[in-house]
Design a protein around this ligand. Structure first.
Ligand code: GLA
Length: 376
């Protein structure tokens, strides 16, 4: 399976943890459709950990928990597919999953076959309880091969949290995305931390195998499995903008059955999503800027039609002021060119003067600019 742009969808873990069941998944599929999420590009509905029984059956097969999923997983897949969505499941490279259910170690080919029989389209593959002797890259290659040979196109979503230098070997495993950070929590500190962890890994992102900064916390407001303090809408907007800008998969983590308008507006910003889904998937460039607050992050990225994306992210709790010389993005005064920029949250359009872009930002706020090269 080759996925050319970052996968988008929903995953059960952030809000529901172990509290998953058939009804929740059916309602989630309904709500994704009712809220127009598939039209925005959110196509995968993924069930995370805690879906199975604690033991395999007599034939060593994984078994869906009949209390949670009384009709079995094929019925869930059928329902999800009937809504025009794709269906994802979860397993682990270790003996056990992170929550202590059976993992796929030494059962890789059998489990891949089982997922194919259930019409699964996506497999998230975790790294808890893995062998201390067999290197992680071997374990992910095994499952990658098993999936390539299971008779169904299943997207392989590796989740080894960037451990054991994942970036060096992940592209040898058949994975289409790989967790490049530790787990997210619903706090601003977590967003800052993961953004920082990601910085040295930007060169490894690219078409066909995407750095996964973890599921989104937009719209959680402190509720659910990884809900702690929660964040404000401005913080969620900036979090979403960063994940989209960096080319991370966009997997929604809130309860889509009860999203408010602010959450929908953030997750549904088509121009921000267009940057995320840009076909070139080029590397974001960290910019220096000539004067910026300590917590201000400036990034640019070349897009497929000659445009540039410029992201100004105020990670701090004070007003910030960004100043950027266009030299840094390849447009010194001597080129006779400048940028016409559109801010993608407000729609405001302006032209950069004197080769210097300046922008004020409120605490935690951001500006995401789509910039066109124009004559001075
Ligand atoms: C790990 C992963 C999470 C989630 C849990 C499930 O912590 O990183 O994304 O899948 O396991 O137990």
């Amino acid at each position: 399976m080759i996925k050319l742009t970052p996968p988008m969808g929903w995953n059960s873990w952030n809000t529901f943890g172990a509290n998953i069941n058939e009804q929740l998944i059916f309602e989630t599929a309904d709500a994704m459709v009712a809220n127009g999420l598939p039209q925005k590009g959110y196509e995968y509905l993924v069930i995370d950990d805690c879906w199975s029984l604690r033991e395999r059956d007599a034939n060593q097969r994984l078994v869906a928990d009949p209390e949670k999923f009384p009709q079995g997983m094929k019925a869930v897949a059928d329902y999800v597919h009937s809504k025009g969505l794709k269906f994802g499941m979860y397993s682990c490279a270790g003996n056990l999953t992170c929550a202590g259910y059976p993992g796929s170690f030494e059962h890789e080919f059998l489990d891949a076959e089982t997922f194919a029989e259930w019409d699964v389209d996506f497999l998230k593959y975790d790294y808890c309880y893995h062998s201390p002797i067999i290197p992680g890259k071997y374990l992910y290659r095994r499952m990658g091969l098993a999936l390539e040979n299971c008779g169904r196109d299943i997207l392989f979503s590796a989740c080894s949290w960037g451990a054991d230098e994942t970036h060096e070997w992940i592209k040898t495993t058949g994975a289409s995305m790989w967790r490049s950070t530790g787990d997210i929590f619903d706090t601003w500190e977590s967003v800052k931390d993961l953004t920082k962890q990601q910085e040295k890994l930007h060169p490894y992102n690219g078409v066909g195998c995407f750095n996964d900064m973890d599921m989104l916390i937009v719209g959680m407001y402190g509720k659910g499995n990884v809900g702690l303090k929660g964040c404000s809408d401005v913080q969620y907007k900036t979090h979403f903008s960063i994940w989209a800008f960096m080319g991370s998969p966009l997997m929604i983590g809130c309860d889509v059955r009860s999203m408010n308008q602010a959450t929908l507006d953030i997750l549904g910003n088509e121009e921000i999503i267009r940057i995320n889904q840009d076909r070139t998937c080029r590397q974001p460039v960290k910019l220096v800027g000539t004067w910026s607050g300590e917590d201000l992050l400036l990034y640019s990225r070349q897009l497929e039609n000659g445009d540039l994306a410029i992201g100004l992210f105020n990670m701090g709790d004070k007003d910030a002021y960004a100043r950027l010389n266009l030299d840094e993005v390849g447009l010194p005064f001597s080129t006779g060119k400048t940028l016409e920029v559109k801010e993608l949250w407000t729609g405001e359009v302006s032209k950069v003067k004197n080769s210097t872009l300046t922008w004020g930002l409120k605490p935690y706020d951001c500006a995401v600019l789509r910039a066109k090269v124009v004559d001075l």
